[in-house]
Write a protein that binds this ligand. Structure first.
Ligand code: PPS
Length: 285
């Protein structure tokens, strides 16, 4: 996958909307404010679902905002040219998203009180989701088969680098009070409790009907039908016509694609890389 990438500090990035100069500037000079809220993920972990949920929490369940402004403008990706320019101009508290690994994140964050949510997902499902997504993308080298993408993923030769390094890096922040770790799996299995957890972390209080509206408008089906959130606006320039962000939206889909040998290889690698971390961080086990 890294054949068509932009490289920065040993990590590959997509070839559209990223540059080493900008990544350096973001890391050194972008000022995170105490009142900002940051949503961090490795790609394909449920980023857009989390963004949609937080936007709806901010609008108290009113869908007008999520139905009228593209998701990448509501909560811009700080490391992209488009997102960086928007964020620099934004007044007041900002919602900011990012896929950056911890070592490349704006240094100002680590001295700030800004709240951050890190959303983690079973890397096996991240792999499968990524395979189908990047196959239709125009800004990375496309995988020709799942077998090939599996190799790239386990070697960390995918955009934003190794999933294992990304997760380990950000999880080192887990005891900080301005840091919340959530998983795609808990969001999926008990969405209401997870939204309540997010509200509590962000200090937002919702009435029961407002919470119901957050759940309704951030559902897989609602997002799939919302052109401001489903990436259909990016078809042509960024993706082929058959590309879709909202593919299945389930947990455990990897079981439909991994061979027995791939499953064993992945388990072994996961053990090697993550065994020393508290295993209750990985809810999919
Ligand atoms: S990206 O391109 O990295 O920002 O993609 P990201 O948003 O992180 O991940 C895409 C996967 O998230 C699923 N998704 C959802 N699942 C459940 N409910 C909702 N509302 C939802 N929105 C997005 C999406 O379907 C992708 O997963 P897969 O497994 O491919 O379906």
């Amino acid at each position: 996958m890294t054949g068509k990438c932009v490289w920065f500090e040993g990590i590959p990035f997509p070839s559209l909307d990223y540059s080493p100069e900008l990544l350096r500037e973001v890391q050194e000079s972008f000022l995170i404010k105490d009142e900002d809220v940051l949503l961090l993920t490795f790609p394909k972990s449920g980023t857009n679902w989390l963004i949609e949920t937080v936007c709806l929490i901010y609008s108290k369940g009113d869908p007008k905002w999520v139905q009228s402004e593209p998701i990448w403008d509501r909560c811009p990706w700080v490391e992209t040219k488009h997102g960086y320019e928007l964020l620099k101009e934004k007044e007041g508290p900002r919602l900011i998203s990012s896929h950056l690994p911890i070592q490349l994140f704006p240094k100002s964050f680590f001295k700030s009180k800004a709240k951050m949510i890190y959303l983690i997902r079973n890397p096996r499902d991240v792999l499968v989701s990524g395979y189908f997504f990047w196959r239709s993308a125009k800004f990375v080298k496309r995988p020709q088969s799942l077998e090939q993408y599996f190799e790239w993923f386990v070697e960390g030769n995918v955009v934003f680098g190794s999933w294992f390094d990304h997760a380990r890096g950000w999880m080192s922040m887990r005891d900080k009070e301005n840091f919340l770790i959530l998983s795609y799996e808990e969001m999926k299995w008990d969405t209401r409790s997870t939204v309540e957890k997010i509200c509590q972390f962000l200090g937002k209080k919702l009435e029961p009907e407002e919470l119901n509206s957050v759940l309704k408008n951030s559902s897989f089906q609602a997002m799939k039908e919302n052109s401001m959130s489903n990436y259909s606006l990016l078809k042509g320039q960024y993706f082929e016509e058959n590309g879709q962000l909202l593919r299945k939206g389930v947990t455990g889909d990897w079981r439909n694609y991994f061979t027995v040998a791939q499953a064993e290889t992945f388990d072994k690698l996961f053990q090697e890389k993550m065994a020393d971390l508290p295993q209750d961080l990985f809810l999919w086990k």
